[in-house]
Design a protein around this ligand. Structure first.
Ligand code: PEP
Ligand code: MN
Length: 338
């Protein structure tokens, strides 16, 4: 850690900083410049917090030089993690497209969705039985009954299922229903108790980036899951909130190479919740694969006009099939396969 003293700092102020560094079991390195003095804390600085120093008199700023996340950092784990989902590898050469409706509605809707997802060549299926809705009066999902419908439809096509867990009290139910991938939604990215609990189970987790979360906050959220012992984590960029109001969210394509540099975890992109309109999805999906994403999470519905949730952004089965064909070419161009 680097501690920058203010120009007015006294020798006593400097000594207090040095004492605190030594108390934490580290050594100090003092550089006296003409303007100000800078102190380096040498050793394992992870136990030090910036605030501890910034509240001392005479300290202008304290900065970590070692990243606060360690288990998820590429630094200590150069090879990329490949998450195995019932034999399907996410994070390797093969790109995985997880498609399906925003929410589970009826058995016929799920049967038709599963048929369309499999026919398009996708190997995993999404669908929400517990929905985080902005309004308490909107459809909240079918709950456990939805999980049952989802499994029944997906089993027919041997598609592993991805579904959102909102409440820690439902974790056992998810395990009993053999959910293959637990999705932690954007609104729960910093629900630390939920993260700790999914960290204790041996199930792959898709962790979606919070609406206004920084890369570092996303990685720290993943660190919570990893710290519990579950290292089967997939990060998901799903658009962030900016000043722009012309679309639902801004897909942060920049996050893809940045995350891949910072972490060994696979990165998938959800173009549906980013754009919010079906017509934007193909362009955003293609951009994501071109930028190096390991997979996509796409909303598709047998009849989007009648979808109970996120109707505007759902692809039809034909649009999903067409998109898969164009993604295959891009995957090839960037040395991947679909
Ligand atoms: C979803 O994928 O169903 C969802 C609600 O997305 P997000 O958490 O990214 O808003
Ligand atoms: Mn949705």
């Amino acid at each position: 850690m680097i501690i920058v003293m203010s120009p007015q700092a006294s020798n006593d102020d400097l000594q207090r900083v040095v004492d605190r560094i030594r108390a934490a079991g580290l050594n100090e390195h003092i550089s006296r410049g003409t303007e100000r003095t800078v102190v380096g804390a040498i050793g394992d600085e992870r136990s030090l917090s910036e605030q501890t120093f910034e509240q001392l008199p005479g300290v202008e700023r304290a900065l970590h030089i070692v990243k606060p996340y360690k288990l998820v950092a590429r630094e200590g784990h150069p090879a990329g993690t490949v998450v195995d989902i019932r034999g399907i590898k996410l994070g390797g050469k093969q790109i995985q497209v997880i498609a399906g409706p925003c929410s589970v509605e009826t058995q016929p809707q799920m049967d038709a969705s599963a048929a369309a997802v499999a026919a398009a060549g996708c190997r995993l299926m999404r669908g929400g039985a517990f929905k985080p809705r902005t309004s308490p009066y909107s459809f909240q999902g079918l709950g456990v009954q939805g999980l049952e419908m989802f499994q029944q439809a997906a089993r027919e096509y041997k598609l592993p299922i991805v579904t959102e867990l909102m409440d820690v009290r439902m974790l056992d139910t998810f395990l009993e229903h053999d959910v293959d991938v637990i999705q932690i939604g954007a609104r729960n990215m910093q629900n630390f108790d939920l993260l700790k609990e999914v960290g204790r189970v041996n199930k792959p987790v898709i962790l979606k980036r919070g609406l206004s979360a920084t890369i570092s906050e996303l990685l720290m959220a993943a660190e919570y899951i990893a710290a519990g012992g579950n290292h089967n984590i997939i990060l998901c960029e799903r658009g962030i909130r900016t000043f722009e109001t012309a679309y639902r969210n801004v897909l942060d394509v920049t996050a893809i190479p940045v995350l891949q540099r910072e972490t060994h975890l696979p990165v998938v992109v959800d173009p549906s919740h980013a754009g919010g309109k079906a017509w934007m999805v193909p362009a955003l999906a293609r951009a994501a694969i071109a930028a190096g994403a390991d997979g996509l999470l796409i909303e598709a519905h047998p009849n989007p006009c009648e979808a109970w949730c996120d109707a505007d952004q759902a692809l039809t089965p034909a649009e999903l099939t067409e998109l898969m064909a164009s993604l295959r070419l891009i995957a090839q161009a960037v040395g991947r396969e679909l």
